[in-house]
Write a protein that binds this ligand. Structure first.
Ligand SMILES: *[C@@H]1O[C@H](CO)[C@@H](O)[C@H](O)[C@H]1NC(C)=O
Ligand SMILES: *[C@@H]1O[C@H](CO)[C@@H](O)[C@H](O)[C@H]1NC(C)=O
Length: 351
């Protein structure tokens, strides 16, 4: 057999193994199937049967019965948030129903990859923290440390503060354990995983409730809670747009700025090692599906606009009729009668 065939085979094979990932737990349809397949397996041995988890991840996941669900939810909110945030971009965070969830885009050390790592690491931290507060896990509960913080006397700590410390530690152990921390890609991924978790920490809310006679606020009870995950997704999207390109200092195994004029990335920033492809054309090697057939906005000059989305190839327009309720009248009592109106809407799609 010619040498290059063997070589190609090895590369393809290795890529597939590298990409088999815990994210697969986040795909709802496959998760249902997995649970059915695992029905016969003893409860705390289920994750040990999931080949797409690293050995350490299998152990962590099998610590408690509920964890597999909690990790599923974390991976799932990460995937859905990514797709929401990128729905109007050329790269729209498509997933595939394989253990290689995000496809070949992960073989690029680009900002897209950075976002995927950050949002999914945040997803696991978020769902573990929430499960703690809801009393769904044995190993954690509400945060008790917050209550020891000094208040200014205007309020008292109470309620259930989110235990982000536990969630953060679990996510770090679980998510980072898959990375080879001694190579450049591993360093990048671990950094971005951490940036995802930091973003949750930076987005805590302070919630208070008043107690007292007839609306007086003689006693004010407050606690700390994570903001909605949408806020985390948006904050990380802003970090995506401002992400820093870095290089690896091989002697010290650290990420460094490319040059001194660049601002030094903080632990909150996303970092990447390679510029992204333009995602205009179909290119399986870089995980680009191309933008042919994508919906675009004729009047926008931003990335969702037809000129940028379609990469200058132009677009076609389809006219569709939509039927809506209109002229609704309320009849006493209790009936609403509407007419049906049709209106035509123009939709634009990339050539
Ligand atoms: C995804 O794959 C799983 C397992 O191979 C299968 O059971 C499921 O139906 C698939 N889902 C979709 C949406 O294709
Ligand atoms: C994402 O892009 C792909 C190809 O570019 C397209 O097939 C898919 O429908 C898009 N998804 C969404 C939610 O727009």
């Amino acid at each position: 057999m010619p040498c290059y065939i063997v070589y190609t085979f090895i590369i393809v094979f290795v890529l597939q193994i590298v990409h088999a990932s815990w994210w697969y737990l986040g795909m709802t349809s496959s998760y249902q199937t997995l649970l059915e397949e695992l029905q016969e397996v003893p409860v705390r041995k289920r994750c040990a049967n999931l080949q797409f988890l690293a050995p350490k991840q299998q152990k962590l996941c099998d610590q408690e019965e509920k964890l597999i669900d909690v990790i599923h939810e974390g991976a799932n909110v990460g995937i859905e948030e990514c797709q929401f945030q990128f729905k109007d971009r050329r790269w729209n965070c498509s997933t595939f129903n394989t253990t290689n969830v995000f496809g070949q885009v992960l073989s690029t050390k680009s900002r897209e990859t950075a976002y995927i790592y950050a949002i999914s690491s945040a997803g696991v931290m978020y769902s573990v923290t929430r499960a703690c507060a809801r009393g769904q896990l044995d190993q954690c509960g509400c945060d008790t440390k917050t209550r020891q913080l000094v208040t200014d006397g205007n309020f008292e700590w109470g309620g259930c503060s989110d235990n982000i410390r536990y969630g953060q530690r679990f996510s770090k152990e679980f998510v980072d354990s898959n990375e080879m921390k001694r190579n450049d890609f591993g360093l990048m991924n671990v950094w971005n995983n951490g940036a995802g978790r930091k973003t949750i920490k930076d987005n805590m809310e302070f919630i208070c409730k008043c107690h007292g006679v007839s609306g007086s606020c003689s006693v004010k009870i407050c606690w700390r809670k994570m903001k909605a995950f949408r806020k985390i997704g948006s904050a990380l999207k802003a970090r995506f747009d401002g992400a820093s390109i870095v290089r690896v200092d091989r002697n010290r195994l650290k990420l460094k700025r490319l040059n001194k004029n660049q601002k030094r990335p903080t632990k909150r920033d996303l970092v990447y090692l390679e510029e992204s492809p333009d995602f205009c054309n179909f290119n399986p090697a870089s995980g680009s599906l191309g933008t042919r057939g994508r919906k675009c906005n004729k009047t926008s000059i931003a990335v969702d606009g037809c000129s940028l989305m379609c990469c200058g190839r132009g677009y076609y327009t389809l006219v569709k009729e939509e039927r809506d309720d209109c002229d609704c009248k309320f009849y006493w009592c209790c009936r609403v009668v509407c007419k049906k109106c049709t209106r035509t809407v123009e939709m634009h799609y990339c050539n």
